[in-house]
Design a protein around this ligand. Sequence first.
Ligand code: COA
Length: 255
Amino acid sequence: MAEFRIETFGLMERWTIDGELRRNALSKAMVAELGEHVARVSGPSRDVRAVVLTGAGTRAFCAGADLKERASMSPDEVRHFLDALRRTFRALELSDCVFIAFINGVAFGGGTELALACDLRVMDEAAEVGLTEVKLGIIPGGGGTQRLPRLIGRGAAKDLILTGRRVASDEALSLGLVNRVGTVEDAMHLAKMVVENAPLAVALAKHAIDDGAHLALDAALEVEQRAYEQTLGTRDRLEGLKAFAEKRPPVFTGT
Ligand code: COA
């Protein structure tokens, strides 16, 4: 059974986690299918440049790991599940495609970690996020202890992770955990703005931000310089300059 509903809008796709009855919780099958979709849009064809990832229904974006499936797993099976989860979340970050989470309802545990692995986050006003794992005797296992402090700082991350509390949209916005509070249309609009830009430049900028984030400034600036260098020989750079001179919108080809 397909775990995601996929819709295409030109160079964009919307992926909806299709498990409303279990609040879009992450099962083994769902993680495997997510990995296949990420690999598909990260391949050489580059005909999907941005993905909006959301959950079915209005209650949940994703209620974290599937706790019903988890109940019958051995520790080794849990390890395998987490390996697959970590690899899949990392693949989102390493992809040239831009991922935007639309957090349409609650996102707890792995649900928040999935959103953290995306490039941008838009949150419904009534939604809640939280890394609630310590309430279950575990810790975040999909990168939450590392990505959350990188995004909002160690102090704020400890506040959320050590208490396991649920965070409403206004606080999530003020912490910088989400980029916007809004609707799925707002998330699609962000995606549209991204895909109108030069695709190589967008991918290089995404990776420069991620790769330089925790280097000393001089090393980080070298990361940026190497990325900029790769734009110099592109047709799209020349097209950007030409379109500016001719006072028309550029037509980028990704070359
Ligand atoms: N794994 C598997 N099933 C889950 C689930 C999860 N993480 N979260 C919810 N479900 C299931 C419920 O068991 C219930 O199934 P049932 O109808 O067979 O009883 C169904 O989804 C609806 O859940 P319910 O609690 O009635 O819905 P709600 O909208 O009132 O609340 C949540 C939704 C997500 C707030 C609540 O279910 C919850 O707190 N879930 C646990 C989330 C969590 O701790 N995740 C962290 C994992 S590390």
